[in-house]
Design a protein around this ligand. Structure first.
Ligand code: C2G
Length: 131
């Protein structure tokens, strides 16, 4: 049976760290589904809107070869619902989230992948703005 992998993220100012985690997540199964966080979720949780809108971020992630399907992640609290809706066998997150999603180990495998070092959206924004 096909193995479905699910992952979540904002993927703002898309960079190679995002690409690598998506490639490694896809390699763990046959089909990768990606939840892209809503603009409203970012405003509520991080106190700022992403540089690129959710429609733009969704379009970028959906166009990637390893990605089978994308959806808008409306709330961090709906993970269990999303895992069930997409019948995910594996939940993948970068290890900045290590341990945070262990509660879903009853319905899927939970895997934390090492982050790509030395690159982040925040660092890129600072570099571009000359800070
Ligand atoms: N990532 C990575 N290496 C980097 C930067 C990011 O592997 N240098 C990974 C993160 O660990 C995450 C994914 O890329 O798995 C997306 O990162 P963000 O866009 O920062 O997503 P985040 O805001 O952490 O997700 O339910 C979670 C939310 O959607 C928030």
């Amino acid at each position: 049976m096909a193995r479905t992998v699910i992952t979540f993220g904002t993927f703002d100012v898309f960079h190679v760290g995002h690409l690598r985690v998506i490639e490694r997540a896809a390699a763990l199964g046959d089909r990768l589904v990606v939840g892209v966080s809503a603009d409203a979720l970012n405003v509520a949780k991080k106190g700022r809107a992403p540089v690129f809108s959710q429609a733009e971020r969704l379009a970028i992630v959906a166009a990637l070869k390893p990605v089978s399907e994308v959806f808008v992640e409306e709330s961090l609290e709906q993970k269990r619902e999303y895992i069930e809706r997409y019948a995910a066998d594996v939940l993948v997150m970068g290890d900045d989230w290590a341990g945070r999603f262990d509660e879903f180990a009853d319905i899927c495998e939970v895997v934390y992948l090492p982050r790509t070092p030395a690159i982040s959206t925040t660092a890129l924004i600072e570099k571009i703005s000359g800070a």
